[in-house]
Structures are given as C-alpha cells and as structure tokens.
Design a protein around this ligand. Sequence first.
Ligand code: PMP
Length: 286
Amino acid sequence: MSRVAYVNGTYQAHGNAVVHIEDRGFQFADGVYEVWSVFDGKLADYEGHMQRLGRSLTELRIDIPMTAQALGVVLRETIRRNRVRNGIVYIQITRGTAPRDHAFPKGVAPSVIVTSKPIDLSKGEALAAKGAAAVSHPDTRWGRCDIKTVGLLPNALAKQAAREKGAYEAILYDEMGMVTEGSSTNAWIVDENGKLRTRDTQANILRGITRAAIMKLVAEEGIELDERAFSLEEAKRAKELFVTAASSFVMPLVSLDGEKIGDGKPGPIATLLRQVYLAQARREAI
Ligand code: PMP
C-alpha cells in the first residue's frame, strides 16, 4: 500500500517526502511533535494532545500560521489517505528552514509534517498479557523535558540500551536514584504497601496525556493515587510496575534489570487500567 505524508501544505509519496537540509529540526532539534493513537480512523485523547502541542509551541515561541482546527483537518486527511484504521498519527512542527545560525531566524514559516501508520494492535495485546521487561538507565536529558521536543537523542540511547538487553522499555532515574519516567512513557508502581504511585509533574518529566487520562480513570475506579516520586529500589520491590503512553496505552512490566516484579505476571491494577483506558479511548476517539 502506498503511504502518503503531509509536508508543508502538500501530500507527497512517503518515499519522496523531504524537508530542507537547513531545516532547524535537522540542525538544532528546534521543533516539537505529538503522537495520537488512532482507533477506527479516529484520534484518541484528541484535545489533550492538541493542547500539549500548543503549549510546546508556545514554550519554544514557534508561531504557526495554522489553527488547531486546520491542523485537525490535516491529521484526519493524512489518516484517511493512508487508510489507517488502527495505528498512530504523528505531527512534527519545527521553526522552519533558515541559514544555519543558533539564534531564531526572523520571518520564517515553521515546517509542518504529518505521517500516519497502521499498528497491529494484537501484538501489543499479546505483550501486555504476558508483561514486558524493563531495564534501568540514567536520565541524561535536559532541564525542559516538559516540552515535547524532537531533541530525543538521550531517549533514543536509553531505548536502544533496553533493546540490546532484550527489554521493552528503559526506566530512567535521576542522580538520587529516583525514577523520572520511561524513555518514551510515564512510569507507575503499585508499591509494596499496595499504593498506586506515579511521579508528580513538578519534576522534569513529560506531562503524559495518557497519564492524565489514567489519573481520571483511577479516581473514577475509587483507587487512591499518590503522586509522588519512587526510587528504583521501590520499583524493584513493588507489587506492580507499568508504563503509559499514547502508543502503548498501559503496558505491565514484569521485570526490571532482570529482577522479577511481584509474581512476575501483569498485576490486577495494570490489567484493569489497560482495559478501562482502551475502552474509553475507543469510545471517545473523534
Ligand atoms: N514520557 C516521554 C519521555 C514520552 O516520550 C512519552 C510519549 N511520547 C510519554 C512520557 C507519554 O506521553 P503520552 O501519554 O502523552 O503519549
């Protein structure tokens, strides 16, 4: 099937879709992105991701001459042209193309690209049913991880280290040995006292849209949540460990650095939250 990408106002064959070598995304990682999961051709957690995109752009002072509504049209059209039923849609907005100079260029239009690809949901389901492995990795990122920038090299290095150890995710930790988040996910535990915990967003982490959606569901389910950092050691002693993200929903982790978490099987809280999150995301996708 031929794939199509949106690049600065036109739809192009994916294989030929390019941006300029002096695009500031390429030169400086001077850009932001968002990812929505797609169910039956519709976008999950639509507003949350759109609002975070707006916030990321504002934080970097990138002025985009397109309304959120127009962006929504492009996202949907890209999904449609790629005939994606279940999968993801990705948008990247950079400060644009300008002669290489660290300071912001003047009068330059941002670059906007959108891609979409199908995902076989049954693979994620199979992994979630047996639980995934994780390894720990030092968090070497910058001080503004709340902005969803394309400067993902430390995240990519951490994920690669995980893959080389046969693990699904790298759990990042700070100088105090406290977990920050996953390399592309937010991290949660059910601690040894049975309390659900995830790190607060005052810390230098991404404010996950899936994290926020799960927090609402947790309240509806009557589960108490302690928004408080936990250490790697606490994660290893936890009854449950799991991560959340738009592309993996809720993924139970059953080992960390080769040590079994709980009884080595996906726990009841992660399993319940995955079910209720998926049901809601499908129901409310627009
Ligand atoms: N943390 C990081 C570092 C991420 O890259 C992501 C996903 N892009 C997340 C958390 C999860 O965020 P969301 O639930 O909005 O996908």
